[in-house]
Design a protein around this ligand. Sequence first.
Ligand code: SAH
Ligand code: SF4
Ligand code: F3S
Length: 461
Amino acid sequence: MIRVEKSVEQAVYINRVRDILASRYSDKPRAVVTTFGCQQNVSDSQRLKGLLLSMGYELTEDPAKADIVIFNTCAVREHAEDRVWGNVGSMKKYKEQRRNMILAVCGCMVQQKQVAERFLKSYPYVDMIFGTQVGHRLPEFIYRRLTGERRICELALENKPAEEGVPVYNDGGFKGFIPIMSGCDNFCSYCIVPYVRGRERSRASAAILAEARQMIAEGFKEIMLLGQNVNSYGKGLDEDISFAKLLRMINGIPGEFRIKFMTSNPKDCGEDLLDAMRDCEKVERHLHLPFQSGSNGVLRRMNRKYTFESYCDIVNAARERMPDITFTSDVIVGFPNESEEDFGKTLELVGKVGFSALFTFIYSKREGTPAALMEDPVTREEKGRRFDRLLKLQEENAKRVLGSMIGKTVTVLCEEYSGGFVFGKDEHQLNVKFPGEEGLIGNFAKVKVTAAEEILIGEKI
Ligand code: SAH
Ligand code: SF4
Ligand code: F3S
């Protein structure tokens, strides 16, 4: 499904590329887009795919048959980058077989100077690198490559408002993303994102609402609002708007659909947002609220601007308004100089809140961030042991959260069917399985929870 919101600045290049491709290929040329990293990248890739389709490419998964391959990359941890180097390396053989194939690497990773230089110097078979703020210019880049320019390198970070009117190819079925803001101004000391995504820029609420209305008219059942820090949505816009107000406006669109959002930063998670969540029946009863560490000393050195205590206050304020709300979070284990006592506070917070799920990461040093310069005497082995202890505690917690759901009625968005069972997620972001028919896929079902194993088990009512 392609959505074109309005005319595209790149329309001229789209038409030129279309003509060139039609003259050079008898069948439709094929494109592969491979995405690493977070939902922002998945959403950006949906726009790259929308542009490729509008230029006359057809999408495929197989790089051996592709005429253009794009890697949309992530820089958040070393492991993410290692995967990209490996994948790009394995493209060399395909390039040798198909000399006219275009190989492009884009996204967060190439936005780092040392990475861009390494691609330019040591990867001569990469034709194109482009950064996180110029993806909408893909038609122009392809046109330049097809008309003889050997290599294209476009890495401007000008922090202009995000381009409107870019076609979107939704490959998520009835679930879609709407980026509401991009960039990050928080500069947490361990994090590369502000350097590779640039400053925070919010989209006008009218553009977001128009996109949401169109998606709902097309039958989308879930809309995920995206931003590195959705709570500061609206900053810098000429309108009187906040994230809480935006939620209320989207909730007011008629139709049966669910609203999700990520990510909320605890430092900006105010009562107005919690009130809006309580009042908006389409917003899920779940909050992803990354705390990173339970130790106030570590939080200070991370530049996170909240404390163990203020985090718990938000959790309590949310539970007062929505007793059934669930929480998930991101945690970093082994931040430089994290002591056993610091780590103990992380365990304490996890035990106290009772998260339904945790995304746990071992600290990864990112060149150019303040934390990369901090001393770190804690061994890799010790960090690994702490990581395992955290996982074990979380397993017990998750069982407790799931167990507390038995007897309750939840609303499941049905996503998959297999062997007589329907699988989906409820309004608390919990996985649910119940006996049902394939025809339910893409619909909401009321389910009474009868048991809790790895996931919730229930019966349709
Ligand atoms: N904007 C979001 C997070 C984006 S990055 C927020 O502020 O919550 C997603 C997660 O990756 C972070 O929450 C953090 O837990 C993790 N992360 C970021 N940088 C990291 C690093 N250098 N090492 C390990 N984990 C990191
Ligand atoms: Fe990174 Fe912090 Fe920004 Fe999240 S809020 S993207 S962790 S700098
Ligand atoms: Fe990775 Fe960029 Fe997202 S660094 S986590 S893809 S914003």
